[in-house]
Design a protein around this ligand. Structure first.
Ligand code: AHR
Length: 327
């Protein structure tokens, strides 16, 4: 059977003056990416203040170098406004395609739309945009990344299994308005809703940052001295929470269980050392999958709206064996 590709739909659409649709994806609106030996590609990074971001950037740079592509790299330094300006600058420089890790779900929509208007395809990396305002297959090619809702859910399920008598939980949220913060909260909170004995006593943003996580954990531990679990949306805030617990004279892993997401070497080692109870991985090594997806698109393949990353899980049962492989 002949497979339907974006190119066949584009041809049919231009012949009929219509927008092509397959598997619910409209391709005719998307800019085309010519097949070439080399490309000038943009990578608009969110910030570089943690090992996860650094590992992601290194993975993108290494793969671009291996392929002999020119990579135009920008660091938005934690500012959505700067990230929009970075994307506009890439458009002005005439890059062939933009990889965008949108800091927040809504403020990056104008950047996605500007690239589309300029005829430059966009692939979203690791974070998504608001799905009511922009869609994969129409406004950008695809989202490559983890299932953040499932990450939160898996953490809640681990907690219920390993602390069946219940818990008083402090939740340290990621950057407000970002897709991992929204979804990790949703997955975790919904999995625990209605579970007898499990209560989220406080939930506040620590902006995915170690020091902010430490400060927020310190304040929330003072307000809720009976809390016995801290669920942090990433490793950096989990490490900050450990510092806050130790400063308060509490023993992480004994008085308070710390749960985290990311799976960097420091956090997986903290599981080995008993300071973190469990970590859901969120793999930052995007380079191979990002450039492979770009090649598939240039070859005219229909790209699925979500290229999903599969995440590991670390707890005392496997952390020692896995720490060497963690980023
Ligand atoms: O979008 C992924 C999240 O962003 C990672 O959990 C975090 O560490 C990063 O800053």
């Amino acid at each position: 059977m002949t497979s339907i590709t974006r190119r066949t739909i584009l041809l049919a659409a231009s012949a009929l003056g219509a927008v092509g649709l397959t598997a619910g994806i409209a391709f005719a609106d998307l800019p085309v990416l010519a097949k070439k030996d080399t490309y000038k590609v943009g990578f608009a990074q969110t910030e570089s203040n943690n090992p996860w971001r650094i590992a992601q950037t290194e993975s993108m740079q290494a793969k671009a170098k291996e392929l002999g592509f020119q990579l135009v790299y920008t660091d938005a330094a934690g500012s959505a406004a700067k990230q929009v300006a970075d994307v506009n600058s890439m458009i002005a420089q005439g890059v062939d395609l933009i990889f965008l890790a949108p800091r927040e779900e809504k403020p990056l929509i104008p950047a996605v739309m500007a690239a589309k208007k300029a005829g430059i395809p966009v692939i979203l990396l690791d974070r998504n945009v608001d799905q009511s305002l922009a869609k994969a297959g129409e406004d950008y090619i695809t989202f490559i990344g983890s299932d953040f809702i499932d990450e939160g859910k898996r953490m809640a399920e681990w907690l219920v299994k390993n602390k069946p008598d219940g818990a008083k939980i402090i939740e340290l949220e990621g950057t407000t308005g970002s897709s991992p913060a929204n979804d990790r909260k949703k997955g975790f909170d919904e999995a625990l809703a209605g579970m007898a004995g499990f209560e989220i006593v406080a939930s506040q943003t620590g902006d995915f940052a170690r020091d902010k996580g430490r400060q927020v954990a310190e304040a929330l531990l003072q307000a809720h001295p009976d809390a016995n679990v801290i669920y942090a949306h990433n490793d950096e805030m989990a490490m900050g929470a450990i510092a806050a617990l130790e400063a308060a004279g509490k023993v992480p892993g004994k008085d308070v269980l710390v749960l985290s997401i990311d799976g960097g070497k420091e956090a997986v080692q903290a599981v080995v050392d008993g300071k973190i109870a469990a970590v859901v991985e969120c793999n930052p090594r995007f380079g191979p999958k990002a450039f492979e997806t770009m090649a598939r698109y240039a070859a005219g393949e229909a790209i699925e709206p979500w290229v999903k990353n599969i995440d590991a899980f670390y707890d005392p049962s496997n952390a020692k064996d896995e720490v060497a492989n963690a980023y």
